[in-house]
Design a protein around this ligand. Structure first.
Ligand SMILES: Cc1cc2nc3c(=O)[nH]c(=O)nc-3n(C[C@H](O)[C@H](O)[C@H](O)COP(=O)(O)OP(=O)(O)OC[C@H]3O[C@@H](n4cnc5c(N)ncnc54)[C@H](O)[C@@H]3O)c2cc1C
Length: 416
């Protein structure tokens, strides 16, 4: 479909249907019915089957009309992308619509105390007993688990196969007695993460996603989408400013669900603030600062182009290239470079939070949040390993974990 035709269609639909006095849920249900909420999803699953490049076109019509979109807070879109690719009819029917309407929230139950980078070393176990999966073990760093109705769970179903082959992927109901969520507070003062304990939690067999033992493949889909979306963190947690009941409802929802992500723009280094800060501090004419500023802005702009190239390739239906790992690594460099520039611009004041501090503590929060960028979604070292092995074709790391997982040396107590 031509861009112009899409513009006219969506604009006409918005003129007829968008009213700021509707309830948020009514509006999102209408959006889901219309296919305009996720226009590039398949027609049978609430979309219009449009090519990926039309998403930006539709979004700009929504922005021009001041209309709100489907729910996007948290990791719901990672859940949706994974279920669209690997889920069966039951999963899609039960979960996709409520993801878009905002009725269910999700979390990603991957990392464990002994397996973050080494995700395939997960030891949370799933055992089939009396036609139920019984889950025991622990996950860690689970963002938003305290808000989640469902979790994307990677668990070990076979200890005698090599580690990547003994994993399966499930949707776990977080609101059940066998699941305990405990909040963790990080050094920037926010409490985005949790540790999650499973004590005979249960999953019905129909909520296994993908084939038994193919959990790794499904998890790779979730992670590929996570890395691809990493360049969008600058805008996470920001609320709209429209006037009317539906916007108030949206802001109220945002205040709760986006609370764990409020610091995500700071985590990305706030490159958008450096010029303003350089002017305010009077250091804009300092030769050394100008060099630092120029190199940061160049780095940031080239990373934007790489992200655009990746989106263009995706829109042309090309398989995911190295851009996900390159973009993620570039994001870490940029965040660290931005934190250095902010420190040069503000001096010792960067250490102060609270009343009277530089930009009400935003600069201090940048310094305390930037380290997360090189850890979340796969550390810098892991991205370098991926680029070295899969893109540059360099020799693989020596492996000592190729036999049955039961026999692989592990530092933590064995679960089996
Ligand atoms: C903001 C944020 C949000 C997160 N949200 C979630 C979430 O919602 N769900 C979830 O499951 N997890 C989440 N995580 C956890 C994240 O995925 C892990 O922290 C990450 O994968 C690293 O694992 P780890 O912390 O166990 O570190 P480790 O794996 O113990 O790594 C420690 C150090 O060793 C290095 N290292 C490890 N292996 C290698 C290797 N083979 N080669 C070279 N160096 C290596 C690492 O790079 C790192 O520097 C989140 C983390 C952050 C910071």
């Amino acid at each position: 479909m031509e861009e112009n035709t899409v513009c006219i269609e969506v604009r006409t639909w918005l003129q007829e249907n968008w009213h700021a006095d509707r309830s948020l849920l009514d509006w999102r249900n209408l959006l889901v019915e219309s296919g305009w909420g996720v226009p590039c999803w398949p027609q049978e699953w609430y979309g219009r089957g449009l090519p990926a490049d039309m998403e930006a076109v539709v979004n700009s019509e929504f922005a021009a009309a001041g209309a709100l979109g489907v729910a996007r807070a948290g990791i719901r879109m990672l859940a949706a992308a994974t279920l669209l690719e690997h889920g069966n009819e039951t999963h899609k029917k039960k979960f996709l619509r409520r993801i878009l309407t905002g009725e269910d929230n999700w979390c990603q139950l991957f990392s464990e105390p002994g397996s973050g980078s080494d995700l395939a070393g997960a030891t949370t176990r799933a055992e089939l007993k009396d036609r139920q999966w019984i889950i025991n073990g622990q996950k860690l760093w689970t963002t938003s688990a305290h808000h989640a109705e469902y979790g994307l769970l990677l668990a070990r179903t076979d200890w005698d196969l090599p580690k990547h082959q003994g994993l399966s992927y499930f949707v776990l109901d977080m609101r059940q007695p066998g699941v305990e969520v405990q909040a963790l507070r990080q050094m920037n003062g926010h409490a985005s993460f949790n540790q999650v304990f499973f004590d005979d939690a249960t999953i019905a067999p129909e909520y296994q996603v993908g084939a038994l033992g193919e959990g790794w493949k499904v998890a790779m889909t979730t992670l590929a989408h996570e890395r691809r979306s990493a360049d969008g963190f600058r805008n996470w947690g920001k609320a709209g400013s429209g006037q009317g009941a539906i916007y108030d409802e949206d802001r109220a929802e945002n205040a709760v669900l986006n609370e764990p992500y409020k610091w995500y723009p700071q985590r990305a280094g706030r490159v958008d603030l450096v010029l303003q800060r350089a002017h305010e501090s009077g250091l804009i004419s300092d030769a050394r600062i100008r060099q630092e500023l120029a190199s940061l802005l160049i780095l940031s702009e080239t990373a934007n182009w790489t992200a655009q190239r990746a989106r263009a390739a995706q829109q042309l239906g090309r398989p995911q290239g190295p851009e996900g790992s390159l973009g993620k690594l570039a994001g870490s460099h940029i965040a660290r470079a931005a934190a250095r520039v902010h420190t040069s611009l503000s001096g010792a004041e960067v250490m102060l939070k609270g009343e009277g501090s530089t930009m009400e503590g935003v600069i201090a929060e940048i310094l305390l949040s930037v380290p997360a960028t090189s850890i979340a979604g796969g550390t810098d070292e892991i991205q370098r390993n991926i680029i070295a092995e899969r893109v540059l074709g360099m020799p693989k790391e020596p492996r000592f974990d190729t036999g049955p997982f039961r026999d692989v040396p592990r530092s933590l107590p064995r679960n089996s």
